[in-house]
Ligand binder design. Structure first.
Ligand SMILES: [Zn+2]
Ligand SMILES: [Zn+2]
Length: 340
């Protein structure tokens, strides 16, 4: 089968032909319908300091966001059948540690990640632990299903911040930022602000919801988030030090900062004035709750409470993955899909 692998540590990835593996007893083999390029894949592709220090499977097939169809089932798997349409949950929990036993499988002590620590889905087929394969309701089309994994990050962030009735500022109008803004609005936030330095991304965000948009390169954050516009919640999705440094002074007292974007390096914040004296809370989130997040997400999608279709800007053949990465990296596209 065709697969895109990270062959050795360093930038880039290559197209290769590899054997299709047989699923082991607790695994399924899925035929990939659509895979999506994630920000994490961009870090891995460019091999930044985060990627270099993350113990990734190299050589390994990259990619972790996808929808596919079960074509072979391991002998212990009872929850799935051939023909089931599934998304892959990236978290591979051990099922046995103190966190797995308290419904926090997404931060399992022994967590592995599909497509990072195992072979992933930028290929014609993928082996998936059965615990990570989620059957998807038929009302949700393949294109939307292919981005449910990252959409779930937005759902988890908005739920954790209990956004109902609050003023929420989302930093970054990349895929996760727009998804987060959509969910935040659907869950009843009083107002949703979203920033990005790329105008095309703000334009796409404007098609997805009634957000207050600003470009911090044109209008300083201090003008937008002042007075009554100060946020109760800041959801940071850029992984950019300057974005959070500029916004956090405007957080209201007692407010929350939810960190979602991956920072390539250490960052500097004024914790005394911006956190301590405000009794602010800073929380990180990792992925999605298994499976509360997915239940909420399916409800939002099936009942048309969110409109994320405009975020899907490109759909290419897996053969053209290099072009897809270029489009995603440049910010020209928001969500870039690949089909084998
Ligand atoms: Zn992802
Ligand atoms: Zn565990």
């Amino acid at each position: 089968m065709l697969a895109i692998i990270k062959g050795k540590p360093g930038p880039g990835a290559e197209k290769v032909q590899v054997e299709i593996d047989e699923p082991r007893e607790n695994e399924v083999l899925i035929s990939i319908k659509i895979a999506a390029i994630c920000g994490t894949d961009l870090h891995i592709y460019s091999w930044d300091p985060w990627a270099a220090n993350t113990n990734l499977l190299v050589p390994g097939i990259i990619g972790h966001e996808c929808v596919g169809e079960v074509v072979r089932v391991g002998k212990n798997v009872t929850s799935l059948s051939i023909g089931d349409r599934v998304c892959v949950e990236t978290h591979i929990p051990c099922g046995d540690c103190r966190l797995c036993r308290t419904e926090k499988q997404n931060i399992c002590e022994n967590l592995r990640l599909f497509g990072l620590h195992t072979h992933g889905c930028f290929a014609q087929y993928a082996i998936v632990p059965s615990i990570c394969a989620r059957k998807i309701p038929s009302q949700i089309p393949d294109t939307i299903a292919s981005v449910m994994e990252p959409l779930g990050v937005g759902v988890h962030a908005a739920q954790l911040a209990e956004v109902k009735g609050k003023r929420v500022t989302v930093l970054g109008a990349g895929p996760i930022g727009i998804f987060t803004a959509c969910v935040t609005q659907a869950l009843g936030a009083e107002a949703v602000y979203i920033s990005d330095v790329k105008e095309n991304r703000l334009k796409i965000a404007s098609k997805c919801g009634n957000f207050k948009l600003w470009n911090p390169l044109k209008t300083h954050t201090s003008i937008v988030l002042n007075g009554d516009h100060r946020p109760d919640v800041i959801i940071e999705t850029t992984g950019n030090e300057r974005a959070i440094q500029e916004a956090i002074p405007y957080l209201r007292k007692g407010g929350q900062v939810i960190l979602v974007g991956l920072f390539s390096n250490n960052i500097s914040l004024n914790l005394s004035s911006d956190v301590l004296f405000k009794e602010a809370t800073i929380m990180g989130i990792h992925g999605r709750k298994m499976w509360d997040t997915w239940d909420t997400m399916e409800d939002l999608l099936i009942h048309d409470k969110i409109n994320i279709a405009p975020t899907i800007t490109h759909h290419l053949s897996l053969n053209d993955f290099a072009k897809g990465f270029e489009i995603a990296q440049s910010g020209e596209g928001v969500k870039v899909l690949l089909s084998p």
